[in-house]
Design a protein around this ligand. Structure first.
Ligand SMILES: [Zn+2]
Length: 555
């Protein structure tokens, strides 16, 4: 079946144009006040009514049922009918994409020079006008500079900024906007009623959503959906989903739910189920992106949500599962994955990687937050740092406490050296850190800054990290502890007993770029030792493809 509906329901007058109210109003006023321009730029996405409005304007100017231009052409006279059918002598539609050269524009200029054959105006519609060559633009400019009284040009374009400024300054510019979702759905509903086609509301909502603001795309999808629909059941949401290759929103929601529950196995199993059912990785990624985006929008302002009612309700619920930064991070991950998926190689791997990254993104705090909390190292006072993170993340609260290590290994003497008094706890913290800096161990400074420093009455030191914070394990490594011990000796004249532990009530996990720097070995070796990677391995087979050293904070 040819795209019947798109043709049959093409707007024939201003009343039928949807979603471009401001433009229609301005054009009507211009006609009423006799203030028509010779050059117009109609810009905007494809299929939102640029050439349709241009044709309606041509009818307004040339309708023979009126003595002059009218905002309400009759639609029945010779001119109106010929314009509708696209064969009016004085209305020329030129596809600039295939007639982009100087010769075509020269012949156009020739035509402009002669009066209209029959109608009041010679009306030129240049579609995809930005495709014209430089010479063609120059030739066109000469015409626009001194247009004959009967010539009107409409330059329709998806890229108005690609038009030369000299052309733009000679034209009135109308920016067409994407047709709002409710108007599209309303239009689809009207058409189905007029055509006596039974359609589920959700089916039309899905079509409206897939139209992405383009009436033409939505109507052509409607045509396909009508053909695709079951004769007895009519047009169901399910049949439209199948047509669009879309997965039901419930299955996309399942993926998000697994991320929310920190369930890696469930997540990969759900993805596998979709892939096994023949859904493409790019489709899954695209719909997941949309779901995350909707959840983010729902957090900001739920009234801005578009799409089927059921999906909007789901988005509001999902919005409560995650924090705004998490959703923003998911979006970054998914958009990058979409880019990778476009290259076609190892699609499944890219999708799974993105899913696992989303899972892990929930356990991370942004490097920006880390850097912000660290502040300039030189001005570091005595107060323990890291407490700024406390309570920011309720997600991690309630995880079990896990003591990573016990006393200092590096030959430490737990008792103060004779003759040296223990400094006050605050002073001790600052002194040890300054000593570390003095030793050039700046990476270690940032590593221990993530902990809360607790000095007990005997002068012993406890470094407390949040549960799951990988830095606790790193600080516990012999070589790191050795450096820490040396700094204590330098600053305090003694080596206190140092304990490192994690605590569910302490500051939450922070993954800082500087962690990797603090470890010995090649970047690959350091990455292999990274606790997050180890955690990841517990859930999926993982190997390091590439490492990158990030700038460290506070230096
Ligand atoms: Zn007419």
């Amino acid at each position: 079946m040819p795209p019947v509906i798109a043709r049959r329901y093409r707007p024939q007058n201003f009343e039928d144009v949807i979603g471009q109210d401001a433009i229609v109003r301005t054009l009507r006023n211009a006609i009423a006040q006799g203030r028509l321009a010779h050059g117009y730029i109609f810009s905007g996405h494809r299929g939102i009514g640029k050439t349709t409005v241009a044709r309606v304007l041509a009818k307004c100017l040339n309708c023979r049922s009126f003595a002059g231009p009218t905002a309400a052409p009759c639609g029945e006279c010779e001119s109106c009918r010929e314009i509708r059918d696209g064969n009016a002598v004085d209305v020329l539609e030129i596809d600039a994409a295939s007639n982009r050269g100087i010769d075509e524009i020269r012949s156009l200029r020739e035509q402009v020079r002669y009066r209209p054959a029959r109608d009041r105006y010679k009306f030129f519609i240049l579609d995809e006008a930005h495709q014209l060559t430089g010479d063609a633009f120059n030739a066109l400019l000469k015409t626009l500079e001194e247009p004959p009284e009967w010539a009107v040009f409409v330059l329709a374009t998806t890229e108005p900024e690609a038009l030369p400024a000299t052309i733009r300054s000679r034209c009135q510019h109308f920016a067409f906007r994407a047709v709002p979702f409710p108007l599209l759905v309303q239009r689809l509903t009207q058409i189905c009623a007029a055509e006596k086609i039974a359609a589920e509301p959700e089916a039309l909502e899905l079509i409206g959503e897939a139209g992405e603001g383009s009436v033409r795309d939505a109507l052509s999808l409607l045509d396909q959906a009508i053909t695709h629909a079951d004769l007895h059941e009519g047009m169901t949401a399910e049949s439209v989903r199948a047509l669009l290759g879309r997965v039901s929103s419930g299955r996309i929601r399942e993926l998000l739910s697994c991320v929310q529950k920190d369930d890696a196995k469930g997540l990969l199993t759900a993805a596998d189920g979709l892939l096994a059912a023949g859904v493409g990785p790019a489709q899954i990624c695209g719909q997941l992106t949309q779901a995350v985006r909707n959840a983010l929008v729902a957090q900001v302002d739920a009234t801005l949500l578009e799409g089927p009612e059921a999906e909007r309700a789901a988005a509001q619920e999902e919005a409560a599962w995650f924090r705004e930064e998490e959703l923003a991070r998911f979006l970054q991950i998914l958009l990058r994955a979409a880019g990778d998926l476009r290259h076609g190689q190892q699609q499944r791997l890219h999708l799974e990687l993105a899913l696992v990254k989303m899972l892990h993104a929930r356990r991370l705090t942004g490097v920006e937050e880390v850097l912000a909390s660290l502040g300039p190292v030189e001005q570091e006072g005595a107060a323990p740092r890291g407490s700024g993170f406390r309570g920011q993340d309720s997600v991690r609260a309630g995880r079990t406490e896990r003591v990573v290590t016990a006393p200092m290994a590096a030959g430490g003497d737990a008792t103060p050296a004779p003759g040296i008094a223990s400094p006050a706890p605050g002073d001790a913290t600052g002194a040890v850190r300054r000593a570390l800096e003095g030793m050039g161990k700046t990476a270690l400074v940032t590593l221990v800054q993530g902990a809360e420093w607790r000095w007990d009455e005997k002068g012993g030191l406890e470094l407390v990290y949040a549960a799951g914070d990988g830095r606790a394990a790193m600080v516990s490594q012999p070589n790191i502890r050795k450096d820490l011990g040396a700094a204590c000796l330098k600053a305090l004249g003694r080596q206190p007993e140092v304990r490192v532990r994690t605590d569910a009530t302490a500051a939450p996990t922070v993954v800082a770029a500087e962690e990797a720097v603090a470890l010995p070995g090649s970047p690959e070796e350091r990455a292999e030792q990274h606790p997050l990677l180890r955690q990841l391995r517990e859930q999926v087979p993982t190997h390091v493809l590439r490492t990158r050293t990030l700038p460290t904070g506070g230096q």
